[in-house]
Design a protein around this ligand. Structure first.
Ligand SMILES: *[C@@H]1O[C@H](CO)[C@@H](O)[C@H](O)[C@H]1NC(C)=O
Ligand SMILES: *[C@@H]1O[C@H](CO)[C@@H](O)[C@H](O)[C@H]1NC(C)=O
Length: 357
């Protein structure tokens, strides 16, 4: 109830603007005001809920920390043994059955990251008789931890030995970790594919790909579009010229491209954007002009004109191609725009529809 009474005095002063014959309208507007005020109270509740959600976010990030602590991508043993390389031909006969495997491992060759072969490796390579290779594809990041079969090549049979399955995980930064287990027999050993050394040089926005599983190369990932959305309102009345409306009530600001202090939206990437902006005018005989200003050019108008004693709202939309860094704001060129903290009548919003290269 407090918020209702609080604004009632403002309402009374606004009512003085209308003459006697306008009273039914004034009464209607009073009802609208009341509605707005209850919305305002509702909004306070929403804000409290949002704050609670933000606290949840903090909770989420501590969960993230805990997950990271248990994540094999950050907790593995380095396995840097040149004899495991797919191109070594020694008379050494190693057997991974004699190893006491514990936890997760990452394969290296002379300090450089590499991965298991996904193809049949000739016999007597990888420092053993029957080289072990991964019979399924390496997982993607979103696959998480997967179980893969392991094959040992022997006597012209690529999967003569179906060894114990292992677990594999792809990590951020283009490397894999493996949870090796004792193979079924001797002499079997896990291989490190020297052809995949190139993968260690792939950038963060690249993946290591191969058609034949022999030749590998870094391929730039398809660009994922940035998400940019904002919606803001001006919480009070505007009279006359206001060069740049500082929409201070920001409800949505995904991508943080809208600055509430200046009221300016700045395109963070090149692409096609859509904007909308609105006004509401209530003073008889006045026209209210709102202009969308892009790179200091006035490009689109939203006009509300009150011929008689009515309240008129107006919304305008605009779509355009913007380069990175372009500035967008709204100017109140003339007239009188009505708004309260809860009314959402003077608004400005926009979205990135399509990012271009
Ligand atoms: C195996 O490959 C690595 C990396 O390409 C290379 O440095 C090394 O000389 C090769 N070893 C043999 C025996 O060919
Ligand atoms: C990929 O990342 C590099 C920096 O690591 C950057 O220079 C390059 O522009 C990015 N490429 C794309 C297509 O995003």
């Amino acid at each position: 109830m407090f918020c209702y009474f609080h604004s009632f005095s403002t309402l009374m002063s606004e009512l003085k603007l209308w003459r006697v014959e306008d009273q039914p309208l004034a009464v209607q507007l009073a009802a609208v005001f009341k509605e707005m005020e209850s919305l305002k109270c509702e909004q306070t509740t929403l804000q409290q809920q949002q704050n609670a959600l933000t606290q949840d976010d903090n909770f989420q990030s501590s969960v993230e920390d805990a997950r990271r602590r248990g994540d094999p991508c950050f907790h593995y043993t380095v396995l840097d043994q040149t004899w495991r390389a797919t191109n070594t031909t020694t008379n050494m006969k190693m057997c991974d059955r004699h190893v006491d495997w514990k936890g997760w491992y990452r394969l290296f060759y002379k300090g450089k990251s590499l991965q298991m072969p996904e193809r049949c490796v000739p016999v007597n390579k990888c420092g053993t008789n029957s080289p072990l290779w991964l019979s399924g594809p390496h997982p993607r990041i979103r696959d998480g931890i997967v179980t893969r079969n392991v094959c040992g090549h022997w006597k012209k049979q690529c999967c003569a030995f179906r060894s114990t399955p292992i677990k594999v995980k792809k990590c951020p930064g283009n490397y894999y970790v493996y949870q090796f287990t004792k193979p079924t027999s001797c002499y079997l050993a896990y291989c490190a594919d020297v052809n995949t050394l190139v993968c260690g040089r792939c950038r963060r926005n690249q993946s290591c790909v191969s058609r034949d599983k022999i030749n590998w190369r870094c391929k730039t990932n398809r660009m994922s579009s940035r998400k940019i959305h904002f919606f803001a309102s001006y919480p009070a009345q505007i009279t006359g010229k206001m060069n740049r409306i500082k929409y201070s009530k920001v409800l949505v600001n995904v991508g943080r491209a809208f600055d509430r202090r200046t009221g300016v939206f700045r395109a963070p990437v090149k692409g096609i954007y859509q904007f909308f902006f609105s006004t509401q005018t209530t003073i008889k005989g006045l026209k209210t002009d709102l202009w969308l200003v892009i790179n200091n050019y006035w490009v689109a108008l939203s006009r509300a004109h009150v011929p008689r004693s009515y309240s008129v709202g107006s919304t305008s939309t605009y779509m355009t191609f913007l380069r990175r860094g372009a500035s967008v704001y709204v100017t109140h060129n003339c007239g009188n725009s009505w708004a309260t903290a809860a009314s959402m009548t003077i608004t400005f919003g926009g979205s990135l529809l399509l990012q271009s290269k």
